[in-house]
Structures are given as structure tokens and as C-alpha cells.
Design a protein around this ligand. Structure first.
Ligand SMILES: [Zn+2]
Length: 61
């Protein structure tokens, strides 16, 4: 099994644990309605994903 060659320093472990929240959230701006949406998940506001409407959203009322 692959195994790390060295133990991570306490400083590196601490910075790794403190930084994940800045990187992990997959929020992007929707190209259609510019609302915050999850990446690779259809926008809840307009139902678009990759330029196609994949969700039915009742907005033409
Ligand atoms: Zn949208």
C-alpha cells in the first residue's frame, strides 16, 4: 500500500485542517440567474445545468 514517507508536522496538519472550508464548498454562480448554486448540481432558482434546463421551475407565471 502507498504510504506517506514522512509524518506531517503539527503546523502542516493544523493549516490543512483550518483551510479545508475555504476550498471545499462547491458553490459557483449560476450563468443563467447569477444565484449561488452547487457545482455539478442543477440551479434551484432557474433549473439550468450546463446551459440546459434540467429542472422544471415554475417561473413563467
Ligand atoms: Zn440559475
Amino acid at each position: 500500500m502507498a504510504h506517506p514517507k514522512r509524518k506531517w508536522s503539527k503546523a502542516r496538519t493544523g493549516s490543512h485542517k483550518s483551510n479545508w472550508k475555504l476550498i471545499m464548498p462547491n458553490f459557483v454562480e449560476c450563468p443563467q440567474c447569477h444565484a449561488k448554486m452547487l457545482r455539478r448540481v442543477a440551479c434551484k432558482n432557474c433549473g439550468y445545468l450546463d446551459g440546459k434546463q434540467v429542472l422544471k421551475v415554475g417561473e413563467e407565471i
